[in-house]
Design a binder for this molecule. Structure first.
Ligand code: ATP
Length: 323
């Protein structure tokens, strides 16, 4: 195999640049030419390729976002759109594609593979909801950003005897909320996998107040039915129910753009390297992820359309630690 391409797709995740760097340098080391595709599947359809040398991917390891750009592209969901993409790849003489992205992006990669085009996926999403990898590129950084905010809010909360509601990203998956809730010492964690009614949130906060705590913290996943907005609306009517004054902070996209942590840089480097090695071995239509401490290839057909289940024993851990 002499010519491959790499693209980043879906939401940007800290560590994507480190993965691009690893793919380019491993590819060149194996005697390949490596092309980047700008703006994800949209750029693929448009044939927007750029040759990448070892030096082109220097100085990007420590930066968040993606040097190639990313996009959400509806045209790629159609057969005609994907055929245009394959035509563009073939016209450029590119023999295989590495797709760095989350669930939707890997569904797109699987579609290409089903149409006969060689692809390998790299597990990357801050949501950590992708089957085939215990952890995905970006999630460690997203949790650390959430934690930094939580730690600061706790200082303010304690000074004013307040409760803080912090809503974190993660789409339908509560992983980021649960882990940052445990590591941040939250009184309550609200996630879609284990919904907590506003009355129960109030009970836990009131109990913390009566135990003499001078602050309290609720971490809420954006995908929870009772998200920050709903909980605030509920408590606005009855602040007395929780003892504390209540404030809400929605972290939103600030969680995405941070510099990747060492864990994300290492994970991205290992997965990117592993993806090129897999292609060189002749593997096709697989996702490269991490299982335990080992790289794992999982057929894309086994992961597409599924969401990795959350380990709910962590929810119990959060509950016990909050007492
Ligand atoms: P994140 O987890 O960060 O949101 P993602 O990869 O899940 O990343 P999506 O927006 O779901 O992000 O998907 C990215 C792109 O992948 C879409 O804009 C679309 O072009 C393509 N895609 C998504 N789902 C499919 C599908 N079922 N078939 C073909 N292409 C798809």
């Amino acid at each position: 195999m002499k010519k491959i391409a790499v693209l980043t797709s879906g939401g940007d995740a800290p560590g994507m640049n480190a993965a691009i760097r690893a793919i380019v340098r491993t590819g060149i080391d194996a005697g390949m030419d490596v092309y980047g595709v700008r703006q994800g599947y949209a750029g693929l359809i448009a044939g927007d390729f750029v040759y990448l040398s070892r030096r082109d991917v220097g100085g990007i390891m420590h930066t968040g976002g993606t040097m190639l750009g990313s996009a959400r592209c509806d045209e790629f969901r159609t057969l005609e759109g994907r055929q245009k993409a394959i035509d563009a790849l073939c016209k450029q003489g590119i023999e295989a594609l590495v797709v760095i992205g989350g669930n939707g992006s890997q569904a797109g990669a699987y579609d290409l593979w089903q149409m006969g085009y060689p692809v390998v996926g790299v597990a990357s999403t801050i949501d950590n909801d992708l089957e085939g990898s215990d952890v995905t590129i970006g999630v460690d950084t997203a949790i650390n950003v959430a934690l930094e905010a939580i730690d600061r809010l706790k200082v303010t909360a304690a000074s004013h005897r307040r409760a803080f509601l912090v809503e974190v990203m993660g789409r339908k998956c509560g992983y980021v909320a649960l882990v940052s809730g445990i590591a941040g010492g939250a009184e309550v964690v609200v996630i879609s996998e284990r919904e907590v009614a506003p009355e129960e949130v109030a009970r836990e906060l009131r109990a913390a107040y009566e135990r003499g705590k001078n602050h309290a913290l609720v971490v809420v996943a954006e995908g929870a039915q009772n998200n920050a907005q709903k909980l605030i609306q509920h408590f606005e009517a009855d602040e007395g129910a929780i003892g504390f004054g209540l404030r809400a902070t929605i972290l939103g996209h600030v969680q995405r753009g941070a510099n990747p942590t060492s864990a994300d840089r290492l994970l991205a480097t290992r997965l990117g390297h592993g993806a090129v090695r897999a292609l060189a071995r002749g593997e096709r239509g697989v996702l490269i992820g991490l299982r335990g401490d080992h790289l794992a290839s999982t057929p894309l057909g086994e992961i597409v359309g599924r969401q990795k289940p959350l380990d709910l024993s962590l929810f119990e851990l959060a509950r016990i630690m909050a007492q």
